[in-house]
Design a protein around this ligand. Sequence first.
Ligand code: GLU
Length: 450
Amino acid sequence: MIVTRFAPSPTGQLHVGNIRTALHNALLARKAGGRFMLRIDDTDAERSREDFVEAIRADLDWLGLTPDGEERQSARLALYEQAFERLRAAGRVYRAYETAQELDLKRKILLGRKLPPIYDRAALDLTDQDHAHFAAEGKAPHWRFRLDHGEAIAWDDGIRGPQHFDASAMSDPVVRRADGSWLYMLPSCIDDIDMGITDVLRGEDHVSNTAVQIQMFTALNAPPPRFAHEALLVGGEGKLSKRLGSTGVADFREQGLEPMAINSLLARIGTSQPVEAKQDMTALTDGFDLSTFGRAPARFDEAELLRLNAQLVHAMDHADAAPRLPEGMDEKAWLTIRPNLERVSDAREWWQVVTGPVECPELSDEDAAFVGASADAAEAMDWSDESGTWKALTEALKQATGRKGKALFLPLRLALTGIDHGPDMNALLPLIGRDRAAQRLRAAGSRPAA
Ligand code: GLU
């Protein structure tokens, strides 16, 4: 049974990168009929906020990524304590007292000698007396995990292939602060073991954490899960963009985007598979395959997102769109307008133009005379072939007046819709209908000229 987890810190809103990680973990689990868990990484009590926890849940629900279970780290402190005691008894964690400034100085000295800035393990040499001395001074220790320099670190990454790390080239990570609070690394392993996580899929910024965590799993007598690290997400221009770091579900909703457009894009960018609009999660799940993920950054292109969104809207049933459509917009209107929309929310603009009232901007005397006279043609013509009404009207007027191009189309559009741009008139005119069309043309024609 595959069990994956998405482990955000509730210190802000989820952004596109987080959403992508959540999606991939959900797909990985669902494809295998497994479980997708949400783990709230809220050990940082100061920065974690309950409203962010709620927003994370709501965002996942909206995206269709509702997890199969949830744990939160702040409720699991007793578990960390137990595991920590075991590591302590086994000598895998040790006390250290260096201040941030002292550590910084050590790093600078090493860098000055062109040596890697690895922690020198000075604290391992402290005697019981030294510890007593610090205690007497009121200095509490922080704790480091002691890497095993003799144990080779290797894993077969689900995306990056075979990985090798040399523990002696890494610093023993601080796992616990002097105030007893936890840093991310160790609780994450303890949870992965306790929650039965079989697959950890996360961004490649975690690769070196994985190297350390693999030793933590071993020290905790547990087999490490499978790991896969995906390439970073970049903007459409191919650069890491600040905007991506702040774009989240709220923006997508505001832009009127479909969750499946977002999922369709995020599931496939960075893979060798084509990006296609999929209507539901099952369709995405079927094709999900880590072996198609590449090492190059995944490009998140907003234009592509909108294209996918349009495709989904063009295939959307009236019943699915209805809750978001303006009052009175029936199935026939939806089916007529649908092919012209990029977003469901764009329907509002169309409907306003259809139902009116519209106000034609001032026309020249000539144009006013032209549209006014067009009302008769609009009334006289055959409206039974709906898709051909605009063509029929403009053809008839072209014949009658010799007008063509912009001189023909623009005054009509202005009179019929009140604006010089917007929805395709072929689709719009049948919805406006004979009576409203004639009335609007007449009204625009009878307006006094300036
Ligand atoms: N809370 C961690 C983060 O957001 C979790 C990383 C992980 O997936 O282990 O970076």
